[in-house]
Structures are given as structure tokens and as C-alpha cells.
Write a protein that binds this ligand. Structure first.
Ligand code: NAP
Length: 248
């Protein structure tokens, strides 16, 4: 199995399902101790999903935390420091969509997406800094929408473009500690987030994909495994596109 994360502590935000769940499972299989994070919802679905993910891991730490809330993130980092002694890998994966054209977009739709996707990543980056060990890795889940500005995604695209800029600043600021900070910009990946896309949007995307297929969770997981590895130690401040050639 490529890559060895034995002895590493890895936090993946929003890891109760989708890409985040795939990333924690891959780190766990390669020896890392993983922190599974979820945000509570009224139905308790996220907690149930997160518990199922955690049950499939060897020695997980399960933490409820809304990454959009700075105080909750601080508490999560304190708990990781106390239980695990520090952190080696942070993957800012938590993200939401609230698509609407600009003229119809409400203040709440704009702010809620910025709050989770951009403020959440900032809270976690800042909160992780004091407990991140030298040689650590940070990876931010951006999106092709942040590069292209997809129709109906003003809030989402702006949050992901901001995340790319945040990645570059953090890469400069953390370089002296040998911590690398990179972004992954997926295209269309088959998860719950894209499940409800209109058929014509999917057909249009497929026609524009040189590799002729939608992406799978494993495609993004493989990019995260590489960027968080020892072997990627001279790569920082970069955006790795995992999009089947949709944007190049
Ligand atoms: P997903 O299935 O919707 O998973 C996102 C996870 O983040 C969910 O578990 C979600 O919980 C959690 N989350 C939402 N708000 C949170 C908060 N405030 N605090 C903590 N966790 C929170 O999405 P995905 O497709 O796996 O996407 C993962 C990341 O990749 C996202 O950042 C997304 O923007 C990015 N991405 C995905 C695609 C794609 O095609 N799928 C393409 C480009 C980029 P809830 O159930 O409460 O929402």
C-alpha cells in the first residue's frame, strides 16, 4: 500500500460522509490515528454517519464541532492536543452548497456558505497552528468552481477562490516550520453534494470532460494521500486539480 502514516495524527473536517469519510479511511488504513469531525443536525443523521465511519477505524477520536464557530474549533483543537498530543495533518474538507443566481441569492445563502467553507477553514488553520508538529501537512478542499466561477454559485465559488488565496498565504507563513499547505480543486465528484444536480448539468459536464467520466471519491483521496505524504515535502502553496481535464 503506498504511503505510510504510522504515528501521525490526522484531522479531517466534515468526515461523516463523502470525500471526508474516504480520506479518514485511507489515512487510517495507512497507520494514522484519525479525528472524525461532524456537525450536529436536528435529525442526528450526521452523528450516526460519523459514528459509523469511526467504527470502521482502528483508534479514532470522534468530535462534534461546527467549523464555522471559532469557539467550537478552539475546543476541538484543545481536545486533540489533550488526547493525541498534537496534530500532523489537517484536511479542511467541510463544505456546503446553497446554489442560486446572484439576483435571487439571499443574505443567508451568501453568508452561510462563506461561514462554513471559508471562515471554517480559517478557524481550523489558525486553531491547528499551535498544535501542529514540524513537517505537518494542511490540505484545503477547494473546487473548480473557485477557478471558473460556475453559474449559480456566487457564494460557493467566492468561498473556494478565497480558500485558494488562504492556502497560498498559509503556505508562506508556515514554511519556516516545514509545514506545507496545498489545495485540491476537484471537478464533478460523485457524492451526495452532486447527487441532486439536474440531468442536463451532468450531461453538459460529461461532454466537457476530456477523460469522459465523473470523478470518484477515490480520485480525490489519492490526491490528499500524496499531498500529505513525506514525498510531497517540497510542494507548497499549490492547487492540485482533480477534475478529469475539465479545467486546465
Ligand atoms: P458532502 O458529502 O456534502 O460532505 C461534506 C461534509 O461536510 C458533510 O459531512 C457535512 O455535514 C460537513 N459539514 C458541513 N458543514 C459543516 C460544519 N459547519 N462543520 C463541520 N462539518 C460540516 O460533500 P463532498 O462532496 O464530500 O465534498 C467535500 C468537500 O469537497 C467540500 O468542501 C466540497 O466543497 C468539496 N468539493 C466537492 C466536489 C464534488 O463534486 N463533490 C467538487 C469540488 C469540491 P452536513 O451533512 O451537515 O452538511
Amino acid at each position: 500500500m503506498p504511503y505510510d502514516y504510522t504515528g501521525k495524527i490526522a484531522l479531517v473536517t466534515g468526515s461523516s460522509r463523502g470525500i471526508g469519510a474516504g480520506i479518514v479511511q485511507a489515512f487510517d488504513e495507512r497507520g494514522a490515528r484519525c479525528v472524525v469531525n461532524y456537525v450536529a443536525d436536528p435529525q442526528g443523521r450526521n452523528q450516526a454517519d460519523a459514528e459509523a465511519v469511526a467504527a470502521s477505524l482502528r483508534n479514532p477520536l470522534l468530535i462534534e464541532c461546527d467549523v464555522g464557530d471559532a469557539a467550537q474549533v478552539q475546543a476541538m483543537m484543545s481536545r486533540i492536543a489533550a488526547d493525541c498530543g498534537g496534530l500532523d495533518i489537517l484536511v479542511n474538507n467541510a463544505g456546503i452548497l446553497r446554489d442560486r443566481t446572484i439576483g435571487k441569492m439571499s443574505e443567508d445563502e451568501w453568508e452561510s456558505v462563506l461561514r462554513v467553507n471559508l471562515n471554517g477553514a480559517f478557524h481550523c488553520l489558525r486553531g491547528a497552528m499551535p498544535i501542529l508538529r514540524p513537517g505537518g501537512r494542511m490540505v484545503n478542499l477547494a473546487s473548480v468552481s473557485g477557478q471558473l466561477g460556475m453559474f449559480g454559485q456566487a457564494n460557493y465559488a467566492a468561498s473556494k477562490a478565497g480558500l485558494i488565496a488562504l492556502t497560498k498565504v498559509a503556505a508562506r507563513e508556515l514554511a519556516r516550520r516545514r509545514v506545507t499547505v496545498n489545495a485540491i480543486a476537484p471537478g464533478f465528484i460523485q457524492t451526495e453534494m452532486t447527487r441532486d444536480l439536474p440531468a442536463e448539468v451532468v450531461a453538459h459536464a460529461l461532454a466537457a470532460l476530456p477523460l469522459g467520466r465523473l470523478g470518484e471519491i477515490a480520485d480525490v483521496v489519492n490526491a490528499a494521500l500524496f499531498l500529505c505524504s513525506e514525498e510531497a515535502g517540497y510542494i507548497t502553496g499549490q492547487v492540485l486539480n482533480v477534475n478529469g481535464g475539465f479545467f486546465m
